[in-house]
Design a protein around this ligand. Structure first.
Ligand SMILES: Nc1nc2c(c(=O)[nH]1)N(C=O)[C@@H](CNc1ccc(C(=O)N[C@@H](CCC(=O)O)C(=O)O)cc1)CN2
Ligand SMILES: Nc1nc2c(ncn2[C@@H]2O[C@H](COP(=O)(O)OP(=O)(O)OP(=O)(O)O)[C@@H](O)[C@H]2O)c(=O)[nH]1
Ligand SMILES: [Mg+2]
Length: 429
C-alpha cells in the first residue's frame, strides 16, 4: 500500500494548516523531517527540516498508530504555519521521500472505508457534513457519520437472521415433532422489521430536502409584488421589478438559510391569460415549478384570485402590497417589509414540521435498498402464510433481505457474515 499525503485544511490564508500522511511509511517519513516523533496521540513541537537540513517550519506533530487512526493506517499530522509557502515547502519535501505520493481526492476517506473504520453510509454522511451549510444539514450529516444507519441495519439484520434461524430449525426438525410453533415469533419479528423499514423509507424524502434544500415558490397574478418580495428576502436585487404587469418570465432562484433550513425561493411569472408567446411560456414554467415545489406562497392582488393554481392545505395565501391595503387583510409588503417576518416564521414553521422527524436513511440509494429488503420480507411473509412447507423458501427470502440491507453499508462479504451469525444461534443440531 502506498503512503499518501496532502494538506487536510482549506487552502488560502489560514493561521494553521494541517498536512496528513497515511500509510506504512508515514512514521518513517515524518521522522525524516522531524527527527523524533512524540508518543501516539500526543502533540509534540518539532523543528522540521528537509534532507539537506534546510529548515521548513516549527510545527506540532501528531502521530496515530495503525488500527487507531482515521484511515486505520499509520498516520502523522503536521500542524504547521498556514502560509501557502510553508505548506508548499512541506509538501515538496514529502514528495521527495521515497514511497510517498500526493493523495487523490477522497483517498484518506476511501482508505477509512477499505479498512472498515467507516461504513459506506458513514462515508456518505462525512461527504454531506463537509458540504453542510445550514444547521439542519449539519445535524443530519453528523447523525449519519456517527453510524446511526449502521446501528439500525445491525438491529434489522439480527432480527431477520433470528427469524431465518427459527425457520431453519423447523426445517431440520421436519420429520420429527416440532417442539414449538415458531410462526408467531417469526411473524412478529418480520412485521416489526417491515414497519421500521417503511418508516425509514418515508423519511428519506425529507432527508433529501434537508440535504438539497426545500423549494418555496412565490406565485400569483402579475404585478402583485412577487419579485419585490423575493428581493426583500434575498437582501439584493435578484429579480427585475417594474410597474409593468408581466415583468418576470424566467424562474428566478435564490438560496437562503431559513432558521437553519436550506430553502430555495422561486420567483415566478405572474399568472394570467396572455397573448404574448414568451410570457405564456414563462407562465407554463411558473405553474410547473410551483406545482413541484415543497410549498407555495400565493401573493394576491385586490381581486383575491389565485389565477387557476389552487393552494394546497399548507400553502400560504397572502395579500401583496400590504402597505396599500386597508389593513384588515393578512398581507405582506416587499417594499416596506411589513409582514415579512411573520411570513418567514410561517414558512419555517411549516417546513420545520416536515423536517422534525429524526431520519437515519438520507438518500434514494438507501430507500432503494430498504425497498428491496422490504419486498423480500413481504415475499417471506407470503410464503409463511401458505404454511411451514415453504419455510425453506421464506428463509431464502430473508437472506435476500439481509443482503439488500448490507449494501447500505457497502459490506461485500455477506455470505461469510451470515455463516458466522448462523453458527452463533446454534439452533437445531
Ligand atoms: N487533526 C485532526 N482533526 C480532525 C480529524 C483529523 O483527521 N485530524 N478528523 C478527520 O476526519 C475529524 C475527527 N475524526 C476522527 C475520526 C477517527 C479518528 C481515529 O483515530 N479513529 C480510530 C480510533 C478511535 C478512538 O481512539 O476512539 C478508529 O476509529 O479506529 C480520528 C479522527 C475532525 N478533526
Ligand atoms: N406600494 C407597494 N408597491 C409595491 C410593493 N411590491 C411591489 N410594488 C410595486 O409594484 C410593482 C410590481 O412589482 P413586482 O415585484 O415587479 O411585481 P410582480 O408580482 O413580480 O409582477 P410580475 O413579475 O409582472 O408578475 C412595482 O412597481 C413595485 O415597485 C409593495 O409591497 N407595496
Ligand atoms: Mg415579477
Amino acid at each position: 500500500m502506498d503512503t499518501i499525503f496532502a494538506q487536510a485544511t482549506a487552502r488560502g490564508k489560514a493561521g494553521v494548516a494541517v498536512i496528513r500522511i497515511s500509510g506504512p511509511r508515514a512514521h518513517s517519513a515524518a521522522r525524516a523531517l522531524a527527527g523524533s516523533l512524540p508518543a501516539p496521540r500526543q502533540a509534540g513541537l518539532r523543528r522540521l527540516a528537509d534532507a539537506d537540513g534546510v529548515p521548513l517550519d516549527e510545527a506540532l506533530v501528531l502521530c496515530f498508530a495503525k488500527g487507531a487512526s482515521f484511515t486505520g493506517e499509520d498516520v502523522v499530522e503536521f500542524q504547521c504555519h498556514g502560509s501557502p509557502a510553508t505548506v508548499a515547502a512541506l509538501l515538496s519535501a514529502l514528495g521527495r521521500i521515497e514511497g510517498l505520493r500526493l493523495a487523490e481526492p477522497g483517498e484518506f476517506t476511501r482508505r477509512a472505508l477499505e479498512n472498515g473504520v467507516l461504513d459506506l453510509a458513514q462515508v456518505e454522511g462525512l461527504g454531506d457534513l463537509l458540504e453542510a451549510e445550514t444547521e439542519a444539514q449539519r445535524r443530519q450529516a453528523l447523525r449519519v457519520l456517527s453510524g446511526a444507519l449502521g446501528a439500525k441495519v445491525d438491529r434489522w439484520r439480527d432480527a431477520l437472521i433470528r427469524a431465518a434461524a427459527l425457520l431453519e430449525a423447523t426445517i431440520d426438525f421436519a420429520d420429527e415433532d416440532v417442539p414449538v410453533d415458531v410462526t408467531p415469533e417469526v411473524t412478529g419479528l418480520l412485521d416489526e422489521v417491515a414497519a421500521s423499514l417503511r418508516s425509514e423509507i418515508d423519511g428519506v424524502s425529507v432527508a433529501e430536502r434537508i440535504r438539497d434544500g426545500f423549494e418555496v415558490a412565490i406565485v400569483g397574478p402579475p404585478n402583485a409584488g412577487k419579485s419585490t418580495l423575493l428581493n426583500h428576502l434575498a437582501g439584493r436585487e435578484a429579480a427585475i421589478t417594474s410597474e409593468h404587469a408581466g415583468t418576470t418570465r424566467d424562474v428566478i432562484e435564490v438560496r437562503m438559510d431559513l432558521d437553519g433550513l436550506p430553502v430555495t425561493f422561486l420567483d415566478t411569472a405572474g399568472l394570467r391569460e396572455s397573448a404574448d408567446e414568451v410570457e405564456t411560456i414563462g407562465i407554463a414554467r411558473a405553474v410547473a415549478r410551483a406545482e413541484a415545489a415543497d410549498l407555495r406562497v400565493f401573493l394576491l392582488d385586490d381581486t383575491g384570485k389565485t389565477q387557476g393554481l389552487a393552494p394546497g392545505p399548507e400553502d400560504i395565501v397572502l395579500r401583496g402590497k400590504a402597505d396599500l391595503a386597508d389593513g384588515a387583510a393578512h398581507g405582506v409588503s416587499g417594499l416596506t417589509g411589513e409582514g415579512v417576518a411573520d411570513l418567514v416564521a410561517q414558512i419555517s414553521t411549516t417546513l420545520e414540521g416536515r423536517a422534525s422527524r429524526t431520519v437515519t436513511a438520507t438518500r434514494e440509494r438507501h430507500a432503494e435498498a430498504m425497498r428491496r429488503a422490504g419486498g423480500a420480507i413481504a415475499e417471506a411473509q407470503n410464503q409463511l402464510s401458505l404454511g411451514m412447507e415453504t419455510a425453506e423458501l421464506a428463509a431464502e427470502d430473508l437472506r435476500r433481505a439481509v443482503r439488500a440491507l448490507e449494501t447500505l453499508l457497502g459490506r461485500v462479504d455477506v455470505e461469510n457474515l451470515l455463516d458466522e451469525i448462523f453458527s452463533r444461534f446454534c439452533l437445531g443440531k
